[in-house]
Design a binder for this molecule. Structure first.
Ligand SMILES: Cc1cc2nc3c(=O)[nH]c(=O)nc-3n(C[C@H](O)[C@H](O)[C@H](O)COP(=O)(O)OP(=O)(O)OC[C@H]3O[C@@H](n4cnc5c(N)ncnc54)[C@H](O)[C@@H]3O)c2cc1C
Length: 417
């Protein structure tokens, strides 16, 4: 049986950006469908063990919240479940929101249902149909076969620019200079003394001793172990992902899982208090920081981010430091936003340069390598996602955009701009 659906706004990807886009478009009065290939929402927060929201606050002594709107709606939901009561300060001095993935999955189910967004899990985008530089419909697959979804405007919140790629939008894989951020398999670990000092210096000492004793084929010399109340997340086994084909990804998954088991041996053998430490889970998927970027009408620059530049066409704010995971063996390099201020995110970085009804959100937005190192985090992805959804809804109605009208609607929906 042929299955055909029709919506004003079609959102691909149910991570931070896609959820915000779908709810933003719905609150703008449009019919919306959100498709997600996993069995749950949340994106990398739930499918790659990424256990904290970064980017909701500015840096500094008195962090200010810069993401509202749909992001704030989720924080309220988590607070009602007893899973959010303000930010915590991370090892690097940033304001972050620790997450517990099962509560997050549940909160997102509730949020999306209460906002009456139609959502299809287990639904994978496989093809896009275009006419005169516009996407007309997409084709998706589940275990019963194919389904077709027509739309007026489309949001690519797939993290990897999958819709843009299939629609023939201008994209770049990594960066023109050949640089790309490393991928990391985040290890959830348990059964260790929670009072232990697990600073990067302690990890470095353990890895150095292990290498001296002949441990091989591990990437990072040191890394972060982020402690929660009852367990921890070790951010160490890393790899370069230079293609999204299944052969490459299979090799990367096997490589980093192997590394995870070696790091476990190192923790158990070289860090007193971790002798009985256990690996609870990796992933379930490898955490991929960077692949395709959609080339927008404008590209956000590192200069604008680092100098906290403001813009009259702003549709969201960012303040996370530029956190660049350049090398598999090294920890991230940080560059800080001037005066602990925020920068503005102009609307044109969300709109495809050559496919007129395609919006990007989250980690696919048009940004140079330095700007990307900041704008990619999940708090800011809620901001760009919300704006892309409201923009796509406006475009579905007017077949055009008016930035000031979109800004007004975003403000009405509680966004901080
Ligand atoms: C190891 C690691 C650590 C990180 N640490 C942090 C951190 O501590 N805090 C933080 O805020 N950020 C962190 N980040 C960055 C952050 O996780 C991502 O940049 C963020 O998740 C981007 O959000 P998104 O919604 O754009 O994409 P994603 O979260 O990647 O979501 C995209 C969604 O689209 C779906 N999808 C993709 N293709 C298809 C398709 N064809 N059909 C249907 N669905 C599809 C995917 O299944 C996924 O659910 C980290 C990233 C990594 C890899």
């Amino acid at each position: 049986m042929k299955r055909n659906l029709k919506y004003d706004v079609v959102v691909v990807g149910g991570g931070s950006a896609g959820i915000a886009a779908a709810i933003g478009a719905k609150k703008s009065g449009k019919s919306v469908i959100l498709i997600e290939r996993s069995s749950f929402l949340g994106g990398q927060a739930t499918n790659a063990n990424v256990a904290s929201y970064c980017g909701f606050f500015t840096h500094g002594k008195e962090p200010q919240q810069i993401i509202g709107g749909v992001g704030q709606m989720l924080l309220e939901k988590l607070a009602a479940l007893g899973k959010y009561n303000g930010y915590k300060i991370s090892t690097m001095g940033n304001a972050i929101i620790p997450l517990e993935s099962e509560s997050l999955k549940f909160a997102l189910d509730e949020l999306i249902t209460e906002n009456e967004v139609d959502v299809l899990l287990y639904c994978t985008l496989i093809k896009a149909y275009t006419k005169e530089n516009k996407i007309i419909s997409i084709e998706c697959i589940d275990d019963e076969g194919n389904l077709f979804i027509e739309g007026s405007s489309f949001v690519d919140a797939s993290g990897d620019g999958n819709l843009a790629y299939l629609a023939g939008a201008e994209i770049v894989f990594g960066n023109p200079g050949g640089t790309i951020q490393m991928a990391t398999s985040v290890m959830r670990i348990g059964n260790f003394d929670m009072n232990l000092d697990l600073s990067p210096e302690v990890i470095k000492k353990a890895v150095t001793s292990a290498k001296r004793d002949g441990f091989k084929n591990i990437s990072k010399d040191s890394g972060i172990i982020f402690k929660t109340e009852s367990d921890g997340f070790a951010i160490l086994p890393s790899v370069k992902v230079d293609s999204l084909d299944c052969k490459t990804l299979t090799a990367c998954e096997i490589n980093t899982r192997k590394q995870a088991h070696k790091y476990m041996e190192i923790f158990q053998k070289y860090i007193p208090g971790m002798e009985n430490c256990t690996l609870i889970t990796t992933g379930p998927k490898l955490g991929i920081r960077e692949t395709r970027h959609i080339i927008g009408k404008y590209t956000l620059t590192g200069n604008e981010v680092l100098n906290a530049v403001k813009n009259k066409n702003s549709i969201a704010r960012g303040a996370w430091p530029c956190e660049n995971h350049k090398k598999a063996e090294k920890m991230a390099e940080y560059m800080w936003v001037k005066d602990d201020d925020y920068y503005d995110i102009p609307i044109d970085i969300l709109i495809s340069k050559n496919i007129s009804n395609l919006w990007s959100a989250g980690r696919t937005v048009s940004s140079d390598p330095i700007a990307f190192a900041s704008v990619r985090v999940m708090g800011i992805s809620f901001g760009t996602g919300h704006a892309a959804g409201v923009g796509a809804a406006y475009m579905a109605e007017h077949n055009d955009i008016n930035v000031q009208d979109i800004r007004e609607e975003l403000k009405k929906q509680g966004a901080f701009i």
